[in-house]
Design a protein around this ligand. Structure first.
Ligand code: ATP
Ligand code: MG
Length: 142
């Protein structure tokens, strides 16, 4: 299977709960290579741009308030089958529906504050990575 990239975000609840190290440990133990990482606080406008696909949803305003409420940690990850494998690792959007042992099942408080984002397609992975990282900030295989 081909190597893929996915864009993860350790969301503001993950940072506030001091789970960045633990979540990254799980991600690396699952075989993902970290290719880029930074900590930043999104503006409301940046959060609206990132989640523009959801702009017509009833939860859009709350979601973008939450995503701009404090620092988050965007991470570019690389692995074979990265998109699907990462979504398996984090579990369903709603932590009550997420499989046991997944990151959202273990750490998330709600369907909105669900610890981590993962891209849903290779195309979106590329586009989302470029939202946070110019190509020269994404390191090559080491
Ligand atoms: P993400 O895109 O963050 O990885 P996802 O792909 O599992 O999550 P999406 O349907 O893309 O889920 O929703 C994006 C985000 O919007 C969710 O992670 C969650 O924070 C929030 N969200 C989704 N559905 C709801 C809802 N019904 N109520 C409140 N917030 C929601
Ligand atoms: Mg999504």
């Amino acid at each position: 299977m081909a190597t893929e990239r996915t864009l993860a975000i350790l969301k503001p609840d993950c940072v506030r709960k001091e789970l960045v190290g633990e979540v990254l440990r799980r991600i690396q133990d699952a075989g993902f290579q970290v290719r880029a990482m930074k900590m930043l606080t999104m503006s409301k406008t940046e959060a609206e741009g990132f989640y523009a696909v959801h702009e017509d949803k009833p939860f859009f305003d709350d979601l973008t308030d939450f995503m701009s409420s404090g620092p988050c940690v965007p991470v570019v990850l690389e692995k074979e089958n990265a998109i699907d494998d990462f979504r398996s690792l984090i579990g369903a959007t709603d932590p009550d529906e997420a499989a046991d042992g997944t990151i959202r099942s273990d750490f998330a408080d709600s369907i909105e504050q669900n610890i981590v984002h993962g891209s849903d397609s290779p195309e979106n992975g590329r586009q989302e990575a470029s939202y946070f990282f110019p190509e020269h900030e994404i390191v090559a295989n080491t």
